[in-house]
Design a binder for this molecule. Structure first.
Ligand SMILES: [Zn+2]
Length: 263
């Protein structure tokens, strides 16, 4: 179950399936103004650097860390998953040297952060082994099997699929992810045909795809137990006041994040 939390002016979501400190942020609780109001965590969205830094400081407050403690990455729509160490901590408003669409760590007190604005954020946590991951699942990285890559890297650090908890956060919903034939075709190949209930045909010839459901299906194929997977019911396009939506804003927007830290 996803829960809405309030801390000062911040509003953020958590899942009761993940025992580690974590959060899916919303637009609420930051200092940015205009089209970036108010909790923008994107450093390349046209925001004032001092506003971005204050927003990171506030986001860090959710996990009990500082603005410059996070590990982030240059996100691309590929399937690169980086195993992170303390050397990867990012100083706000400086360049990140590496590309990755997913972050994995077994290092304690090292917060991982990925950015989203319609794409599907997935947080993974094996509390027994002490391994966490934050994964950015757009449709291209999803069908490229970034979740398989993340689970393999977690397993290499000692995690076991049957111990992994997963939270699939607020993102574009089944009702809004309208696509041409290439997406359902790719999802069908990705899931080896196990797509019952994930597609809905529309009168205009397009197809609606349940991208969160597809990622949940893939986690089951990877050995993650269904009872350990939590799926948010919130659609970013249906709630543009609460969440940044790339499609609703035409790309003129800030970024929210999903973050997790091991105790
Ligand atoms: Zn929607």
């Amino acid at each position: 179950m996803f829960i809405e939390n309030r801390k000062n002016e911040l509003i953020y979501m958590t899942s009761d399936r993940i025992p580690a400190r974590h959060a899916f942020t919303t637009r609420f609780g930051g200092v940015s103004t205009g089209y970036l109001a108010s909790l923008n965590l994107g450093e390349h969205r046209g925001d004032a650097p001092e506003n971005v830094r204050e927003n990171y400081r506030r986001a860090g407050g959710i996990l009990g860390v500082g603005a410059d403690d996070f590990v982030i990455s240059k996100q691309v729509h590929k399937t690169e998953v980086r195993v992170c160490s303390a050397a990867d901590r990012h100083t706000v408003n400086t360049d990140v040297t590496y590309e990755a669409n997913g972050l994995v760590t077994s290092v304690r007190a090292l917060p991982l952060m990925i950015f989203i604005a319609d794409c599907v954020p997935v947080l993974l946590h094996d509390p027994a082994a002490g391994v966490a991951a934050a994964v950015h699942c757009g449709w291209r990285s999803s069908v490229g099997d970034i979740l398989g890559e993340a689970v393999r890297k977690m397993t290499a650090l000692g995690a076991r699929p049957e111990d992994i908890r997963a939270a699939i956060g607020p993102s574009i919903g089944f009702d809004h992810f309208e696509v041409g034939p290439e997406v359902p075709e790719a999802v069908t190949a990705y899931l080896s045909g196990d797509t019952d209930g994930l597609f809905r045909s529309e009168a205009n010839g397009k197809t609606l795809v349940d991208l969160r459901g597809a990622n949940a299906r893939r986690l089951a194929q990877l050995g993650v137990l269904p009872e350990n997977v939590d799926v948010s019911a919130e659609c970013t396009m249906c709630s543009p006041d609460k969440y940044w939506s790339h499609r609703v804003t035409g790309g003129v927007r800030g970024s929210q994040c999903a973050m997790i830290i091991l105790d």
